[in-house]
Design a protein around this ligand. Structure first.
Ligand SMILES: Cc1cc2nc3c(=O)[nH]c(=O)nc-3n(C[C@H](O)[C@H](O)[C@H](O)COP(=O)(O)OP(=O)(O)OC[C@H]3O[C@@H](n4cnc5c(N)ncnc54)[C@H](O)[C@@H]3O)c2cc1C
Length: 192
């Protein structure tokens, strides 16, 4: 659904210009340095790209699916690595917290995801668990008032840079399917 055609056209035009004038000319540098240049990252934050589809009440732009698709088609005209860096905050990095988090978790993390102050990551895939995600082996065992997580993840977008991780781990060893798995919010500075 397009809520305000004039407004979304303005946004899409702005992003198209950003892709043409700032991202495409920096593609070679991105590949060479294997990182999004810091000034580009700052411009992305300034433009609100980290909160495109995060609800307005948490400081995002609250784009609808159709509006986001129009934006994605413009961003798709340059290296996917540029989209990846802010796409995760909008999608798998924030959506789990928005859908199933407590009000306290939403208030604590989502506004900072929307501005790009923190980078997020979604940790489901493991060396022996890809398409069949419910077979994952990472465990989470309660120890007093906290959990101890053990396991290995791979192919995790933003893994080396993220400040906040949604980690899927098995909390019920007797349930080998999806029902035995829980999602944990793990801050990047957590010990271990
Ligand atoms: C760019 C990129 C970013 C990613 N980011 C993330 C991330 O942020 N977080 C995260 O958790 N994961 C991430 N992943 C991992 C992604 O979710 C997995 O790659 C995906 O789930 C597939 O798992 P796999 O690579 O182990 O392949 P496999 O599951 O081993 O599949 C290999 C091939 O076998 C086929 N296949 C599998 N099972 C069957 C079956 N039963 N019948 C027939 N064919 C089958 C598949 O279609 C595929 O072609 C990312 C992957 C990529 C490439």
């Amino acid at each position: 659904m397009i809520r305000d055609p004039e407004l979304i056209n303005q946004l899409v035009d702005t992003i198209a210009r950003f892709v043409r004038e700032r991202l495409i000319p920096n593609e070679a540098r991105l590949a060479e340095e294997d990182a999004v240049p810091p000034e580009i990252l700052a411009e992305m934050k300034e433009m609100g790209l980290f909160g495109l589809s995060i609800p307005e009440e948490y400081g995002g732009l609250g784009l609808t699916m159709e509006e986001e698709a129009l934006v994605a088609m413009e961003i798709g005209k340059t290296s996917p690595a540029f989209r990846s860096v802010f796409g995760t905050n909008n999608g798998i990095g924030a959506q789990g917290i928005l859908i199933d988090g407590t009000d306290e978790q939403k208030a604590k993390y989502v506004p900072r995801l929307a501005t790009g102050e923190i980078l997020s990551s979604f940790c489901l895939t493991e060396p022996d668990s890809g398409s069949d995600a419910a077979s994952l082996r990472t465990t989470a065992v309660r120890d007093g008032d906290h959990y101890i997580l053990n396991g290995t993840k791979r192919y995790i977008t933003n893994g080396p840079e993220a400040d906040l991780f949604t980690v899927m781990a098995r909390t019920d060893p007797n349930n080998k399917g999806a029902g035995g798995i829980s999602a944990f919010i793990v801050e990047g500075n957590t010990l271990g």
